[in-house]
Design a binder for this molecule. Structure first.
Ligand code: FRU
Length: 501
């Protein structure tokens, strides 16, 4: 039965969602039907289609009592809107249906596992959350909350585990046939841990082990975990709060971290070997992955950062978008990310320029637009090493978003200072790339309100939201010194919508 609160959200989004014209939204990045979106939830396959739920507050462009919004896709690029899936309509989730996962059950139904939040005054009179894990079962559109919720509560925590910060279950069915979930928790030292549970009867779970802990090294609470094997290694993703900056690897605040290691399920558990940031740009949090039927591990994340969510266009009717889904791989202890290959089906208007000498600033015929797939390869001319190379996109007389490479210190910088955000927030970020004698290979995916950069075949990714007016569509290239450059440009065109460029 659809509760009054859920029906209200469904009526609201059906009434007001269609008022937002397509051109006020990204062309191919997922956005909420209306209002606010944060984390991706339940990113998973169900009956051969990919479902993507999201943290949702339809009634304003601010975070509020969390619902689950719902989208699905056949190809990770075009999204079909479905009615809101969950509303905070029970005692155990009255303060919000927080993040979680989804999985197809052996009987063909879809299970959503989420964190139910209850808020009450503690002994000192302060408002405090209690977080438990809950499930809802449905048919891909409508879901019934389980009569025995919550299925995991304080009794299921290891010693020292917090009931205030116990959230974001990611659930999957493993090759041994069992269902597992990883869940974020805060430990007695005040920092985060990832707990592993195994499913037992009645959708309940038993605690298996703590997979890894921050020990106050990688931030405080660890949110939104994911855990999967990839290319012979085991990967643990988590999004820590309150990180300290470390060189150019980690910035302060909310980060998204990838831990790579080995996994001995019957032995020592997860043995962490490598730690890195997942995305080196400005806007990336709470990634979640799925295993596609063809074996690809595909990741999507919220393309925002909690630190800058106040910086939004005034009166916007939607806020928050997802990254382009990315194919993951692990090589030499590092996580690689590349745009899902399905994006290539939407390419048109190919323009290629080979071995173009650049010293000073150039534009190239046919290279402009705001919904683009651009590939740029740069190399030194043979003589002296160049000092820097810059690409400016979303550019007009007043605006530009700059991607700059400096070979002497091996850094790429993304700069959205002049990208339509009239707010005093962080606008630039630099990160280290592996030096290749002055060669660099950049793939830049531009949508109306974002730029995503993939460096050297996916060794690094960097994402940023921009709000530059759409008429600012010039692309220029500039070198301090001289380089040779190859450029491959495609427009990205989507059914029913006007071609860009
Ligand atoms: C991460 C997060 C999650 C929580 C959700 C609430 O962005 O804080 O830990 O479940 O957002 O919307």
């Amino acid at each position: 039965m659809t509760s009054e609160l859920l029906q209200k959200a469904r009526d609201f989004e059906a009434q007001y969602g269609p008022h937002i014209p397509d051109r006020e939204r990204p062309a191919f990045h997922a956005t909420p039907t209306i209002g606010w979106m944060n984390d991706p939830n339940g990113f998973s396959m169900y009956k051969g289609e990919c479902h993507l739920f999201y943290q949702y507050h339809p009634y304003s462009n601010e975070w509020g009592p969390m619902h689950w919004g719902h989208l699905k896709t056949k190809d990770f690029i075009t999204w079909e809107r479905l009615p809101a899936a969950l509303a905070p309509d029970r005692d155990y989730d009255a303060a919000g249906c927080f993040s979680g996962g989804a999985v197809e059950l052996p009987d063909g139904r879809q299970l959503l596992m989420y964190t139910g939040v209850q808020r009450s005054h503690n002994a000192e009179g302060f408002l405090q959350d209690v977080q438990t894990q809950c499930v809802a079962i449905g048919d891909g559109v409508n879901y019934e909350k389980w009569g025995e919720n919550p299925i995991l509560d304080e009794r299921d925590l290891p010693e020292g585990g917090s009931t205030v910060d116990f959230r974001d279950p990611k659930v999957w069915q493993d090759t041994d046939g069992n269902f597992y979930a990883v869940i974020g928790n805060r430990t007695e030292d005040g920092s985060g841990a990832i707990l592993l549970y195994r499913g037992v009867e009645n959708f309940r779970g038993e605690f298996v082990r703590t997979l890894d802990r921050s020990y106050n090294q990688y931030g405080k609470m660890w949110e939104c975990p994911d855990f999967f094997p990839l290319d012979g290694k085991q990967v643990l993703l988590t999004s820590p709060q309150e990180m300290n900056p470390v060189g150019l690897e980690f910035h302060a605040g909310n980060g998204a971290v990838c831990l790579i290691g080995d996994y001995e399920p019957e032995g020592k558990g997860f043995l962490r070997q490598y730690v890195q940031s997942i995305d080196y740009g400005l806007d990336f949090y709470a990634p979640q992955t799925l295993l596609a039927p063809d074996g690809r591990r595909i990741m999507v994340a919220w393309m925002q950062n909690w630190g800058t969510v106040g910086a939004k266009p005034y009166h916007c009717r939607w806020f928050g978008q997802m990254t382009l889904p990315r194919e993951l791989s692990v090589k030499d202890g590092r996580l690689y990310q590349n745009p899902v290959r399905e994006l290539e089906n939407y390419r048109s208007g190919c323009v290629m320029h080979r071995s173009i000498p650049v010293c000073g600033e150039v534009n190239l015929p046919g290279v402009q637009g705001r919904v683009l797939d651009l590939r740029i390869k740069v190399r030194p001319t043979g003589g002296e090493m160049y000092r820097w190379f810059r690409i400016r996109v979303a550019k007009d007389g007043e605006h530009e978003t700059i991607i700059r490479y400096r070979p002497s210190n091996g850094t790429v910088k993304i700069d959205r200072t002049r990208s339509g955000l009239p707010h005093d927030i962080v606008h630039t970020r630099s990160f280290l790339v592996r030096p290749r004698n002055g060669e660099i290979d950049l793939r830049i995916i531009l949508d109306r309100f974002s730029v995503e950069v993939f460096v050297n075949g996916g060794e690094q990714a960097a994402s940023a939201v921009i709000y530059t007016r759409q008429e600012a569509d010039a692309v220029t290239f500039e070198a301090g010194g001289s380089v040779l450059m190859d450029v491959e440009k495609y427009d990205l065109a989507f059914g029913g919508q006007e071609r860009e460029g």
